[in-house]
Design a protein around this ligand. Structure first.
Ligand SMILES: Nc1ncnc2c1ncn2[C@@H]1O[C@H](COP(=O)(O)OP(=O)(O)OP(=O)(O)O)[C@@H](O)[C@H]1O
Ligand SMILES: O=P(O)(O)O[C@@H]1[C@H](O)[C@H](O)[C@@H](OP(=O)(O)O)[C@H](OP(=O)(O)O)[C@H]1O
Length: 301
């Protein structure tokens, strides 16, 4: 471990500990999915994600929670070219030519406040209409066809029902294998069979890798069920990042807390109950149960 000096940091009054990583050694990093232009490779084995205060607050709390081993280490805020970034551990450190997969977990990918906002101040989106038509020209309603735009909440709900989010509580966003392009063509991967086919392709039918992932996921579920952070937060739009390499090493981490928010003190969620507007349920554990079940089935067949 090394100490990163304060002069690298913005608005941070304390030094931070970074993993030992020679700054001159080129870092391997690949972005599988997510917003383009939001990330930079940092020094000392870190990645920089465009600053989001809500996400910073989550990482700060997670560093003190039992979930800490299941999230990238958080090193504070840095500024680069006038832009603030949250500095995170690069989860690809310690893998050789990694295989990487991003699965979005939960039965809902938009916030209740996004729904509310859409009702109060509807802002139809042309880009989302175009993304929708590219997948299914028949999907927009007549009104949407006329406007050539859709509301974000409507687009997100459509994406959920088209994929396995609604039926299984998780969906494959994309994966990247060494020396291959990212595969992100999973918007219509919905049935259990389709999901198993995609997962088998990712692990190249290697049962040792599936066993490795299952071990991590079962442990993660156990920790989630007792975590204070998880008890008190609605976790929406978050992903599990799966990483393995040909040595058989595997890792799974929770990433992307930009839409994770603290629940009001009077409200509790069990992360398994169906969502009804107002109950803030996210279906995270329901999705994790199903993902574990699907991977277990893959070993049995
Ligand atoms: N700590 C990390 N270490 C290694 N890779 C990471 C890390 N965080 C993110 N990534 C890579 O970046 C991708 C996008 O991450 P993330 O989901 O945080 O971005 P986003 O723009 O918020 O996504 P979304 O479109 O779901 O809002 C992941 O799929 C993964 O490939
Ligand atoms: O995967 P797709 O089909 O490209 O759709 C995007 C995806 O759902 C992202 O999660 C979402 O960002 P958030 O999770 O941050 O809402 C983004 O909204 P955006 O375009 O408003 O950023 C969508 O466009």
């Amino acid at each position: 471990m090394i100490l990163l000096s304060e002069r690298h940091m913005k608005n941070e009054s304390r030094d931070i500990i970074c993993p030992l990583h020679d700054p001159k050694t080129p870092q391997q990093w690949e972005q599988v999915v997510g917003h383009q232009g939001s990330f930079q490779v940092g020094e000392h084995g870190t990645v920089l994600k465009m600053f989001c205060q809500g996400e910073q607050q989550c990482y700060q709390k997670l560093m003190e929670d039992t979930l800490r081993p299941f999230v990238p280490a958080y090193y504070g805020v840095v500024q680069k070219d006038d832009q603030d970034y949250n500095m995170l551990e690069n989860l690809l450190n310690n893998f050789n030519s990694p295989y990487i997969m991003d699965c979005k977990i939960g039965s809902r990918t938009y916030l209740e406040k996004e729904l509310q906002l859409a009702r109060e101040r509807p802002q139809p989106r042309q880009d989302m209409f175009e993304k929708m038509v590219a997948v299914d020209p028949g999907a927009p309603t007549l009104e949407e066809q006329t406007q050539k735009a859709v509301l974000k909440s409507r687009y997100m709900q459509w994406r959920e029902t088209l994929s396995s989010t609604t039926t299984l509580g998780f969906r494959i966003e994309g994966f990247k294998k060494p020396n291959e392009d990212c595969q992100t063509n999973f918007k219509k991967t919905k049935s259990r069979e389709q999901v198993i086919k995609a997962l088998s392709e990712f692990v190249e039918s290697n049962t040792q890798i599936v066993w490795g992932y299952l071990r991590h996921l079962r442990k993660l579920r156990q920790v989630l069920e007792t975590s204070d952070f998880f008890k008190r937060h609605e976790v929406v739009g978050s992903s599990l990042l799966f990483v393995h390499d040909c040595s058989g090493k595997t890792g799974v981490w929770m990433i992307d807390f930009a839409k994770t928010s603290a629940l009001p003190p009077h409200l509790t969620v069990d992360h398994r109950s169906p969502w009804l507007e107002g109950n803030r349920e996210d279906g995270y554990l329901w999705g994790l149960d199903n993902l574990i079940d699907v991977l277990t089935n893959m070993l049995q067949n």
